[in-house]
Write a protein that binds this ligand. Structure first.
Ligand code: FAD
Length: 410
């Protein structure tokens, strides 16, 4: 049961604070919830374990789907994106030395996505929240979320610098703490179910100081495994290489990374791969996960805290923002309109969308990754992949259905 609204503000009393909504995590999901609540006059506090510059510079996704562009416009949060983002008009597949450009405009009816790095949007949201006097505590780690069975949940906090742990008392806790956060784990097993699918390969994520070698995302389907190239601004490029799950950095010296990228992205026509110093690498476990329901009493999960998809067609960041808008509007309705109907429907409503995204991403994973490269089965499955890709371009109906899923449907 939610307690009735009493219009209080965050108060500090000794080592305990009190607020209406406590938000764990200042990623895109947590910050969008915070800004929308703040604008509706609902008291909230955001706690973030990292410092501000880390959060504002963390390079991740960049494709903002058209419905999310509209979402940001609706809330007057799209100024940065519209001023410096670029329209993304295509994605290019490569296979057998040939290009297969999937151009959005003819099929998308003007609903084209934008390229605007995730960290820029997070920076815009943080600016908006702080300029309006929001309470955002960096370098503050949530250690535990407790008392979820009652009507006074608490977040235990470590503010670092040797300070004693403190507590934030809330009416509602928003778990926006990402894939490895603690809020999902705070829900008892008997009250939720985590559905998980683990792919039997990994992706090596490579960030390089190298000019983009293409003006659109390139996804190569190759018998040795998938390779993806994503432009990340004028001097930085992201690459992903499908690799065995057990591989570590030592298996991938820089020369091997560039050699493999050259092989998998190769074209039968002249094409130049820009190489440069490798800034970072990480091995991404390829997994999909959905926690259901997205609510346990006064705790609500949004974004990667609730569901994960592999970063193959840029869904994660977009679904996280759509979750955040829905939850924020439901909370506003609850606290200012006094009705809980939308909040009660939050989990079911979002899960329908989340599963649709899971299905699409699973389909793309099967299209682009080669299970067990080097095996007899891989040679067979690679030919099936080729047939699927050919069909995508040969059949307008198949192409349009793919594109509808790809560019978003919120
Ligand atoms: C390498 C990589 C590339 C990606 N590429 C794409 C892409 O191209 N397109 C796309 O759509 N998606 C992509 N994603 C996924 C996308 O980044 C996520 O879906 C998105 O960040 C989810 O946002 P979020 O706010 O839910 O979580 P996050 O962005 O993970 O934010 C969670 C925040 O919570 C904080 N936090 C965690 N634990 C605590 C704690 N105990 N106390 C306080 N704070 C805490 C974290 O520091 C973090 O700031 C990529 C992900 C990775 C890792």
């Amino acid at each position: 049961m939610l307690r009735p609204y009493r219009g209080h503000r965050t108060t500090r009393c000794g080592v305990s604070d009190r607020t209406r909504v406590g938000i764990v995590g200042a990623g895109p999901a947590g910050m969008l919830v915070a800004v929308l609540l703040q604008r509706a006059g609902i008291d909230c506090v955001v706690v973030e374990r990292r410092d501000r510059s880390y959060v504002e510079q963390r390079v991740r996704g960049a494709t903002v789907e058209y419905p999310v562009v509209e979402l940001l416009r609706r809330h007057d949060l799209a100024a940065g994106l519209l001023a410096t983002g670029a329209v993304e008009d295509r994605i290019e597949f490569r296979m057998g030395g040939r290009r297969y450009p999937l151009v959005y405009a003819p099929l998308a009816g003007g609903r084209t996505p934008y390229l605007y790095p995730q960290q820029f949007l997070v920076r815009d949201l943080i600016d908006a929240f702080l300029v309006a006097g929001g309470d955002l505590r960096f370098d503050t780690t949530a250690l535990a979320v407790t008392d979820l069975e009652g009507d006074r949940p608490r977040i235990r906090l470590d503010s670092g610098a040797g300070a004693a742990p403190s507590e934030l008392w809330c009416d509602i806790v928003v778990g926006a703490d990402g894939e490895h956060g603690l809020t999902r784990a705070a829900i008892p097993r008997s009250a939720s179910r985590t559905h998980e699918y683990q792919y039997d390969y990994a992706w090596l994520a490579v960030l390089a100081e190298a000019a983009p070698s293409s003006d659109s995302t390139v996804i190569a389907i190759h018998e040795s495994g998938a390779c993806v190239h994503v432009p990340r601004g004028p001097v930085v490029s992201r690459f992903y290489l499908q690799c065995p799950r057990e591989d570590g950095r030592a298996d991938w010296p820089d020369e091997r990374i560039w050699k493999e990228i050259r092989i998998r992205l190769a074209l039968d026509e002249p094409w130049l791969l820009h190489e440069g110093p490798i800034l970072s690498t990480s091995s991404l476990r390829m997994r999909s996960l959905v926690c259901a329901p997205l609510r346990y009493g006064p705790l609500f999960l949004v974004g990667d805290a609730a569901h994960i998809v592999p970063p193959v067609v840029g869904k994660g960041f977009n679904i996280a923002l759509a979750d955040a808008e829905e939850l924020a509007l439901a909370l506003v309705e609850r606290f200012t309109g006094g009705t809980s109907a939308r909040l009660d429907a939050y989990s079911d409503r979002r899960l329908a969308r989340i599963w649709r995204a899971q299905e699409f991403v699973g389909r793309v994973m099967d299209l682009v990754n080669t299970p067990g490269p080097g095996t007899r089965e891989a040679a067979y499955l690679h030919r099936v992949q080729c047939a699927r890709l050919e069909r995508l371009f040969a059949s307008p109906a198949y192409g349009a259905a793919f594109l509808e899923d790809h560019i978003g449907w919120e």
